[in-house]
Design a protein around this ligand. Structure first.
Ligand code: SF4
Ligand code: SF4
Length: 244
């Protein structure tokens, strides 16, 4: 019966569509940056969308990476510089993809950006002093605290506002001498032919580790926390004994 049915089928028609030579990469960690670098080097325009206000994901937290034994920050810096050097990279920090429309090869992407810091920032730190929001510093795996507005050794090298914890109270805006903070949310619409989703991973839920004593003693740590303590730019400048 199937053979008889197949004899009556019409052949599939082949259609061709143009492809916009632009890519949208979601995720600014090592996977997203590697994709962005390779695409930009091959002549494609790339829109790189990262949820955090800085690039690099988890890699800049690492003290030494096999086999080069470079720090994670050094590896990320090389990746970013080679992608930026092509002149084909647009970076959207503190941003998320709000909507995707279109079809294969021709997508319309809406990017929502909460990158509140502008180029006017001169690094005076007055905003950090007045910010009332203090949270666990996720870059240091909760071993230290930071404000909702903060600075750390990642790219771009500037003050960041964490849109996840900022309450939009406006205290930093009042304290900022050059008026470098703009607390508005902006949207951008970009056309692209391909989407790369490189959103990384989350470490295991630390709640599961409570039964092993995590949180009850300073000496009980996750592997990620040990890595931060080993880092020469970490909370103890690389000296674990300073922690316990
Ligand atoms: S607006 Fe956000 S970053 Fe600025 S002071 Fe308030 S909580 Fe802190
Ligand atoms: S945002 Fe304003 S107050 Fe904060 S470091 Fe930059 S210039 Fe100084």
């Amino acid at each position: 019966m199937s053979v008889a049915r197949a004899a009556n089928l019409d052949p599939l028609s082949r259609s061709t569509v143009g492809v916009t030579p632009v890519a949208c990469v979601v995720g600014g960690g090592v996977a997203g940056l590697t994709a962005a670098r390779d695409l930009t080097k091959n002549g494609y325009q790339v829109h790189l969308v990262e949820k955090k206000p800085f690039l690099g994901g988890r890699l800049p937290k690492l003290s030494r990476v096999y086999p080069e034994e470079s720090t994670g920050s050094e590896l990320i810096k090389d990746l970013i510089e080679s992608a930026i050097g092509t002149g084909n990279l647009n970076i959207y920090p503190a941003s998320e993809v709000a909507e995707v429309e279109g079809y294969v090869g021709n997508f319309e992407v809406t990017i929502e950006s909460r990158d509140y810091m502008t180029e006017k920032c001169d690094g005076c730190a007055k905003c950090e002093e007045v910010c009332p929001v203090e949270v666990d510093d996720d870059f240091n795996e909760g071993l230290t605290k930071r404000k909702a507005i903060f600075k750390q050794n990642t790219f771009p090298d500037k003050y960041y506002i964490d849109p996840e914890t900022c309450t939009l109270c406006g205290e930093c805006v009042k304290a900022c001498p050059p008026g470098a903070i703009d607390l508005s949310t902006r949207t951008a619409n970009v056309s692209c032919g391909s989407l790369v989703v490189a959103t990384g991973f989350e470490a295991g839920d630390p709640e599961e580790l409570l039964k092993h004593g995590l949180g009850s003693h300073k000496g009980i740590l996750t592997t990620s926390q040990v890595e931060r303590l080993l880092h020469k730019e970490g909370p103890t400048s690389g000296d674990i004994e300073k922690h316990v």
